[in-house]
Ligand binder design. Structure first.
Ligand code: GLU
Length: 428
């Protein structure tokens, strides 16, 4: 994220604005402005060359009034306590808006996983669990993958927890690999969820998906399946994706005049989201500057990378044609940029609604783990579509009823549900 924006201040600012709109009791607001519990710890790891390296780990549990805390673990070199706090708070709103009975949490480690060998990654994952296992669990807090973490890592973490607790406990982590307690559809879930909300927004705006073009920022898990979904489920075209090239230490936009083929690009992308530029060029793709995605002449922008990407500067580059911004990432739009989108009448599908598909299938995964009975991919995706469609329509209805921007409406729905659970439990 860009240096000037503190994600947690941004999350609190968004919350304060809606707390005011809702005339929320200031004491109740004070409970929600801060995480309930926070953990910071050091993880010593024996590296393959025999040296010892110490990593900084975090877990933040924002609010569990509606159910166990839920949210991913990020492995990122720029991770901070404040980004984890913001992301944990957004998870509370995300689970509430998706209407799944879970609270909000987030974890992280300051590390670039691309610099670790497989066995170093495994030791680091197990080390995170050794620090946290007493404070997580299917009824307490259920972590999952996020930026920089993978299903395999969730498999190791689940195994470590099961060993320490003395009981096979698949439901303690979600996003596990298929065959290792994972759910069908979890890999596609976040990206497809983004697409289901875009489909609903297009119905509302009377746009024809098959005539639509999108530009996508990022090419990690969310962006890959958003691109596949945009072309295969909606029949639209994707002008470009972008990615961070860790070898060149630069971001690039990868575009094609008649639209990219996301499955081809996926086949030439490594596990950390870096696209093979030579192969892309050979197949007729153009490699442009990392910022080029935002200025494309398209109908839909899908920021699906990190926080703070649509900011006071970059928002000025958005083309006249853009009608929808679908926030696949968490916190991609800064409050200043948000004002510009609002003023221009761009229809924003806010992050914690737009990207709720991942945690929704995580919830389905833990339900299947509890039952020890697994659903087919079609069943999972149909249930996901139902949940995303009702969440979108609940937010749209609130936005129309109260005559507010979609982000504010999503906050109103989510905060209302969390406050109600706190009241029913006698907390406030
Ligand atoms: N990391 C994802 C998110 O930000 C998924 C969280 C989960 O599945 O618990 O929503």
């Amino acid at each position: 994220m860009s240096e000037q924006i503190n994600a947690f201040e941004m999350a609190q600012q968004q919350f304060d604005h809606v707390a005011e709109l809702l005339h929320l009791d200031p004491q109740v607001a004070e409970v929600l402005r801060w995480p309930m519990r926070e953990y910071a710890f050091r993880i010593p790891v024996r590296m393959d060359d025999g040296t010892l390296q110490v990593f900084q780990g975090f877990r933040v549990q924002h609010n569990d009034a509606r159910g166990p805390n839920k949210g991913g673990i990020r492995f990122h070199p720029n991770e901070t306590f404040d980004t984890v706090r913001a992301l944990a708070m957004w998870m509370t709103w995300k689970c509430a808006v998706a209407d799944i009975p879970l609270g909000g949490g987030k974890g992280g480690i300051i590390v670039d996983p691309a610099n670790l060998s497989t066995s170093e990654k495994e030791r680091l994952c197990r080390g995170w669990v050794q620090n946290m296992w007493r404070n997580i669990g299917p009824r307490q807090d259920v972590p999952a993958p996020d930026v920089g973490t993978t299903p395999q890592m969730m498999g190791w973490m689940m195994d470590e927890y099961s060993k320490l607790s003395g009981e096979y406990t698949p439901g303690v982590f979600t996003g596990k690999p298929l065959g290792g307690g994972g759910s069908e559809g979890r890999t596609e879930a976040t990206g497809y969820g983004v697409i289901y909300t875009i489909r609903e927004a297009m119905k509302h705006l009377k746009m024809d998906p098959a005539q639509s073009w999108a530009a996508i920022q990022g090419f990690g898990n969310v962006a890959q399946y958003a691109a596949i979904g945009f072309t295969e489920l909606l029949g639209g075209k994707v002008a470009c994706v972008s990615y961070w090239d860790r070898f060149d230490k630069a971001a690039y936009t990868v575009s094609k005049k008649d639209g990219i083929d996301p499955r081809f690009l996926q086949s030439i992308t490594d596990q950390y989201g870096a696209i093979d530029k030579d192969k892309a060029r050979a197949a007729g793709y153009e490699i442009e500057d990392g910022d080029a995605w935002i200025g494309k002449d398209v109908d839909v922008l899908i920021p699906a990378a990190l926080e703070g990407q649509i900011n006071a500067d970059s928002v000025q580059k958005i083309s006249e044609r853009v009608k929808i911004v679908a926030e696949g990432a968490n916190g991609p739009t800064t409050p200043e940029a948000d004002e510009v989108l609002k003023a221009r009448g761009i229809f924003d599908i806010p992050d914690f609604l737009c990207n709720a598909g991942g945690v929704t299938v995580s919830y389905f995964e833990s339900v299947q783990n509890d039952m020890n009975f697994y659903w087919s991919k079609d069943e999972v995706l149909a249930k996901l579509d139902d949940k995303m469609t009702s969440a979108f329509n609940a937010v749209l209805a609130m936005s129309e009823k109260e005559d507010v921007y979609m982000r504010d409406a999503a906050y109103m729905v989510a905060i209302g549900r969390v406050v109600k659970a706190m009241e029913l439990r006698g907390w406030v």
